[in-house]
Design a protein around this ligand. Structure first.
Ligand SMILES: C[S@@+](CC[C@H](N)C(=O)[O-])C[C@H]1O[C@@H](n2cnc3c(N)ncnc32)[C@H](O)[C@@H]1O
Length: 263
């Protein structure tokens, strides 16, 4: 019979192999997977994070909607959250990709499943983030739990047909007085040409995964219609490789108690 001690070296070897695998492949997010060791991400949120998240989330219940590799979920856990849940799709065929693009995108291979890298990062970080697998428009207390004090929704609205419906679903799991950070790319030309009038460009003809690219007033209007009150606004350019380096706006919002409930 092996002594109980023999499991320790095997676990270390597993960990080293997993770390080597993680560091040797491309990721969506740059994530610290061991002290001072970062994944090779297309998107690096690190520099912006102090402006997007409070320095402390001690004791808070937090939710990251559309977590992908998990950067924001892990960042909230690092800030002392009592609980972090991370929403994603179980499989990519649940995504609302434009219908004409779906067969090609699903056949193209690419990522095997939305959470594959998340699971690797969670293991390496020893994370307790809980995954909640549901499309955004089905978010509810039954599907993801809650209510949550702090919610992040970053770069997901562009992927859905009905951004207001998605935001209304998210509102059902935010605690009274809770905060939602919505960060999205915005259309610069429409924001300059029409600073006060809501507008959005339908981008199904020229992107693989996108529906709407709103101007700043358009994103504000989606949030307003979904029953949120805007508390703060910040602009930034996403630190990303290639074409994803785009202007973003981050709105920090709270549920407006006087707004009607989702119909
Ligand atoms: C562009 S990534 C954004 C990742 C991260 N939030 C960030 O800002 O870096 C979009 C994420 O949303 C998820 N997603 C796409 N459509 C979704 C939907 N209808 N419901 C829930 N999640 C969705 C994807 O699987 C992926 O995790």
């Amino acid at each position: 019979m092996p002594s109980p001690d023999t499991s320790a070296p095997a676990a270390t070897e597993d960990r080293e192999a997993l770390l080597a695998e993680a560091l040797g492949r491309p990721w969506y997010h740059t994530i610290e997977v061991a002290p001072g060791r970062f994944t090779d991400g297309t998107v690096d949120h690190r520099e912006m994070t102090p402006k997007l998240l409070p320095a402390s989330l001690a004791g808070k219940r937090c939710l990251d909607v559309g977590t992908f590799d998990g950067y924001f979920a892990f960042a909230m856990e690092e800030r002392g959250a009592a609980e972090v849940a991370a929403v994603d799709l179980e499989t990519f065929d649940q995504a609302e990709w434009p219908p004409r693009n779906r067969p090609r995108l699903l056949a193209s291979g690419g990522d095997a499943e939305p959470g594959e890298r998340f699971k690797i990062a969670a293991r390496l970080r020893g994370s307790d983030v809980r995954r909640a697998l549901t499309p955004i428009h089905l978010i509810s207390p039954e599907t993801v739990g809650g209510p949550f004090d702090h919610v992040v929704l970053s770069d997901l609205l562009l992927h859905v047909r009905d951004p207001v419906g998605a935001l209304e679903a998210v509102r059902t799991v935010i605690a009274p007085g809770g905060r939602l950070l919505v960060a999205e790319e915005v259309n610069i030309r429409l924001s300059i040409a029409s600073p006060r009038r809501a507008a959005a460009k339908l981008q199904t003809g020229w992107t693989d995964y996108g529906w709407w690219q709103a101007n700043v007033a358009g994103l504000w209007q989606w949030l307003h219609q979904a029953g949120f009150r805007i508390e703060k606004r910040a602009f930034y350019t996403l630190n990303a490789k290639g074409a994803m380096k785009r202007l973003h706006v981050a709105f920090e919002v709270t549920p407006d108690p006087s707004a009607p409930q989702a119909g």
